[in-house]
Design a protein around this ligand. Structure first.
Ligand code: ATP
Length: 244
């Protein structure tokens, strides 16, 4: 209970519809400050829809979303960024014809704390993501998929979010790059960044996360500590490629 009272993000009975398609049928979750929480689920389960509803890209048809105790259910997405919610979207979506440096600068568009603080934060991203540092003057569209994924995460971090939404950071990437991305997620966790991570790579996600929810066709079917879910026979059979 106290757990829920102090939640950074609290989603209650959230519903999202696309016309007649009910993508989310009433999901409830919370994320506490400093936690890494993961949503695992197969194709079409509603994972991206949940992320978009939290960042304000898809409207809620029912239920509520609260951030830091404030009801943001009907708040437009661009107002949620300054409040502290930043999303690294599925499919990366970097500004292809802008340099790495300028993409990072755009991530800080709403900040009012001055050019020096923003420049210092860009250097901080380059320290976390050395591959980006080597390519700071390169057009983002010419980078590899893995590098663009790192840029999308770094750009979201430039907003100085209190909650980082990571939508399938491993999507379409080679195993070695996936390992690198998850090492960065672990590093961010150690720095105290609160993360909601959506993943099909359930094994990696459950290793890095504190807690997890399993989403199936618009509903949560299981939730618990990531360690418990990794041992759960149903999760092992359906998402970890193991025979229970
Ligand atoms: P994946 O891992 O394949 O990306 P997902 O879990 O992220 O899947 P969503 O993209 O959230 O799933 O989709 C949930 C459901 O909503 C699916 O049935 C999908 O076809 C449908 N859907 C998603 N976006 C739209 C849209 N813009 N218009 C109509 N239906 C949509």
């Amino acid at each position: 209970m106290s757990d829920q009272a102090t939640a950074l993000l609290r989603v209650e009975s959230l519903q999202v519809h696309y016309g007649a398609v009910q993508a989310l049928k009433g999901v409830s979750l919370h994320v506490n400050a400093g936690e890494v929480v993961t949503i695992i689920g197969g194709n079409g389960a509603g994972k991206s829809t949940l992320m978009k509803a939290i960042s304000g890209l898809e409207p809620a048809a029912g239920g509520s979303i609260a951030f830091l105790g404030q009801d943001i259910t009907r708040m437009p997405g661009h107002l949620r960024v300054p409040l502290g919610i930043a999303q690294s979207p599925e499919g990366r979506q970097v500004f292809a014809d802008q340099t790495v440096h300028d993409n990072l600068l755009l991530g800080a568009y709403h900040r009012k704390d001055g050019a020096a603080a923003i420049a210092a934060d860009i250097e901080r991203q380059f320290a976390t993501f050395p591959r980006l540092s080597e390519r700071r003057g390169q057009m983002a569209g010419t980078m590899s998929g893995g590098e663009q994924q790192m840029l999308a995460i770094a750009r979201a971090l430039m907003a100085r979010p209190q909650l980082l939404l990571l939508d399938e950071p491993s999507l379409g990437l080679a195993p070695l790059i996936v390992k690198e991305i998850f090492a960065i997620v672990r590093q961010l966790k150690q720095q105290g960044v609160t993360i909601l991570l959506v993943e099909q790579m359930a094994n990696q996600a459950l290793v890095v996360a504190d807690r997890a929810y399993v989403l199936e066709t618009g509903r949560f079917t299981l939730e618990g500590s990531a360690a418990d879910l990794r041992r759960d026979p149903k999760v092992r059979a359906a998402y970890l490629g193991a025979h229970a």
